[in-house]
Every structure is written in C-alpha cells, then in structure tokens.
Design a protein around this ligand. Structure first.
Ligand SMILES: [Zn+2]
Length: 193
C-alpha cells in the first residue's frame, strides 16, 4: 500500500506511510467503498465523443444537458479545468477538453491533443456555435496553444467570435489551482482574441 501511494504525484514516502496507517483506522465499509471506486475508476469512465470530457456516459452529462448554452464553447487543457470552472457556476456553455497543450520541447504537437476534433466540431455546428472561449493556461505553452487554435479557426471560419480569458489569472499558473472568484472574473473579463 505504501509503495502504491508513493507512485502518486506529489506524495513522498512519509505521506505514503501516513496515508496507509490512516486507512487502518477507517471503517471497513468505507474501505470497501474506496476499493470499489478504485477498481471501477477506469472501467466505468469514458471520453465524451463530443467534448472529450471524462464521464460515465457518452455524451457526457454536460453535453447532454439541454439547459446549457449550446452557442458557447470553452476550450480547456485538462478535465480538471472543467471541474474548476464548473465550481464557479458562472459559466453555462459547453466545453472542449484538449487533453494537453502544444509543447514542442516535449514533442507534443497539435496532433497529440484534440485540436482537429475541435475544428471539425466548430465546422459541423457552424450555425449553432457563436463564441469560442480559449481557456488554456496562462503559461507559455498555453498561450502558444491558444494562438495556434485561434489561427486554425480563423482560417476556416470567419464568423465565430474568439475570446481569451485572462484578467486576474496569475501568469504561469494552472487554471485548476485558481480560486472560484478569480476564475469567474477571468471568464467575465474575457477579451476578443
Ligand atoms: Zn461532452
């Protein structure tokens, strides 16, 4: 158990030990629940074929929610960014999860993330989608990714509005660590890109 915990990101040997001994004091029923969700974590989750969010069903619960604004797409790097933005409750549109960012130093090009899928989604729903919010992280790679995507969209579709969130977000930071208020402000203060 200690060895397994040690393999998790951000967990050192000391924490791994502490977590393991903590679990020894947790009621068996809780442990069973934990073990069960761990066992089914990958079996029961799939990628939404529309937005590539991780969910238990396809289309995901966000895409299949008819109450949401179908005319706005928010493009994020990771599924965790969706969770962070959803916590703020200010955004009511749909998402597109790239599952990464363009990062030439680590050999990650546009083909390695879900960019083409985004472009064809926009082209297919040309009459519905009115705005694309680029919410990649305000890091060098995130900016480069936003720039690349904006260029791709503009070359194929002149009508759709492209905006970029930013105001209030610390430069170099990850979206998932920003607090709800900052994220909401960044979303409200998005600029034409
Ligand atoms: Zn979806």
């Amino acid at each position: 158990m200690i060895e397994s915990f040690e393999k998790l990101p951000g967990v050192g040997p000391k924490t791994a030990q502490r977590l393991t001994f903590y679990l020894l004091h947790v009621p068996q029923s809780e442990l069973d629940k934990f073990a069960n969700s761990l066992e089914n974590l990958k079996k029961n989750t799939i990628l939404c074929s529309n937005c590539f969010m991780i969910d238990e069903k396809d289309p995901c619960s966000i895409c299949s929610d008819s109450q949401r604004d179908q005319s706005t797409l928010c493009v994020v790097e990771q599924p965790l960014d969706v969770l962070a933005l959803e916590k703020g409750r200010g955004y009511k549109g749909l998402y597109h999860v790239l599952h990464g960012r363009i990062d030439p130093l680590n050999n990650i090009g546009p083909e390695e993330i879900f960019v083409n899928q985004l472009i064809s989604r926009i082209n297919k729903q040309e009459s519905i989608i009115k705005e694309i919010i680029l919410a990649t992280n305000p890091t060098m790679e995130g900016e480069a990714t936003a720039m690349y995507i904006a260029k791709q969209i503009k070359s194929q579709n002149e009508k759709v509005k492209i905006t970029r969130i930013g105001r209030g977000l610390p430069v170099g930071a990850d979206l998932e660590y920003a607090d709800d208020t900052t994220l909401q402000r960044a979303m409200e203060g998005r600029n034409e890109y």
